[in-house]
Design a protein around this ligand. Sequence first.
Ligand code: CA
Length: 237
Amino acid sequence: MKTILLVEDEPSIRTAVRDALRARGYTVDDTVDGAEGLRRAQAHRYDLIVLDVMLPGMDGFEVCQRLRQGGDRTPVLMLTARGGEDDRVKGLSLGADDYMVKPFSVRELLARVDARLRRSGWSGGDEPVEELRHPAVTLNLSRMECAPQGGEPVQLTAKEVAILRYLAQHKDRVVTQPEFLVNVWGYPTASGVQTRTVENTIGKLRKKIEPDRGAPQIVLTVHGAGWKLGEEVQCGG
Ligand code: CA
């Protein structure tokens, strides 16, 4: 679960942004005050800070500057009412990662937040992965579809999608057979389970998605351990 600190004194914007972020599945901590925002940012490790510029007491520029001077690299998305080039440049030069000019659309803000959290990859694995891209094939998980370059889309089963999603959520490590049995097949425990179900399902999946069936590049076998996604596979929302 990713946690976002929202520092915004304008009630309507604070409420709208907070509710939208929460609806998106983020945990949101909010405050109206710059100095309090800085204190919380220093006391907790947030995944991202949404920071208004015009705040009572300490403004957003100063909050950002102090954080960076203290060595804190938490991504900061600044909200500026003025929208002038100077504010934008100032915010970015003080260490903000991105900015939005008021009035902004909450949808746009959510898109920026999602993008920033994917990029920072701090906690990773919590974001719903919707697409896996390989140079030869795109796997659209929400549509349950495999689209090879220049070929006809192939339909995937729910289990195949669940396997891909699980691999994507644990992209940097090997996923074992017992782990699949428990988390994808729903066994209460995989101890003592003798089955080739996982191997067979992955075999069928490979026939649909692998550009070269003899040398899998998307779902790799790690002998004696399990499976992992190939290095060329990129995960996106
Ligand atoms: Ca304000």
